[in-house]
Design a protein around this ligand. Structure first.
Ligand SMILES: CC(C)(COP(=O)(O)OP(=O)(O)OC[C@H]1O[C@@H](n2cnc3c(N)ncnc32)[C@H](O)[C@@H]1OP(=O)(O)O)[C@@H](O)C(=O)NCCC(=O)NCCS
Length: 171
């Protein structure tokens, strides 16, 4: 398994695989900001927006690849406010269903934290659906539960769910 940081150029040949990965996550009920049905076109538009954010240096995108297969991805959204130049949000951690429970998410999270450190971002924040495997994963990696907001987002089944906000201060 190899982790790669993509630029606004090297993302281009990966767009269609990234779209499939997003569709795989959403189809399997992940809470990553989208509802069903998620068309390939809408998924592609999302990743094209990510490419623009990378281009403007406000986003870091990592992918995990096994041979030529895309196993997972994670992003770091760099705060752009003057008082938040030490802060970033970890977002859209996704591992394809055929690669889960093999340590891919852990690898991606370790790599994105290394990127955060290099970029001088030491206060990391994230949010996730309460009770999801991701909450257990983040807790294991040292993220602290700041609080829970009920009825924060809608799940793919249409129901509103609670969202947990977490943080980690990198030393
Ligand atoms: C959450 C997700 C990224 C985990 O990816 P993964 O590659 O399977 O995770 P890892 O194999 O690296 O697991 C690391 C640890 O996380 C925890 N974990 C991961 N999946 C878990 C699950 N289904 N149930 C309970 N704990 C789980 C375990 O502690 C695990 O360590 P262990 O295998 O030694 O017990 C993956 O399930 C996913 O893509 N889910 C859908 C998208 C999503 O919800 N993303 C989070 C958005 S905030």
């Amino acid at each position: 398994m190899h982790i790669h940081r993509l630029t606004s150029q090297t993302i281009l040949p990966e767009l269609s695989k990234l779209a499939s990965l997003l569709q795989n996550a959403v189809t399997n009920g992940a809470s990553v900001g989208f509802l069903l049905p998620l068309s390939e076109e809408d998924a592609l538009v999302y990743w094209q927006d990510v490419a623009k954010a990378i281009e403007s240096s406000s986003r870091i995108l990592l992918i995990a690849k096994a041979d030529d297969e895309l196993a997972g991805t994670v992003q770091l959204d760099l705060a752009t406010r003057a008082n938040g130049s030490h802060r970033a949000e970890v977002a859209k951690l996704m591992v394809h269903t055929s690669f889960r429970r093999q340590g891919v998410a852990r690898l991606l999270m370790n790599a994105i934290e290394a990127e955060a450190r290099s970029a001088g971002r030491t206060t990391l924040v994230l949010d996730t659906r309460e009770g999801d495997p991701s909450e257990a994963l983040y807790a294991k990696l040292g993220y602290v539960r700041a609080g829970v907001i009920p009825e924060y987002a809608r799940s793919t089944n249409g129901k509103l769910h609670s969202t947990v906000f977490m943080y980690k201060l990198l030393k």
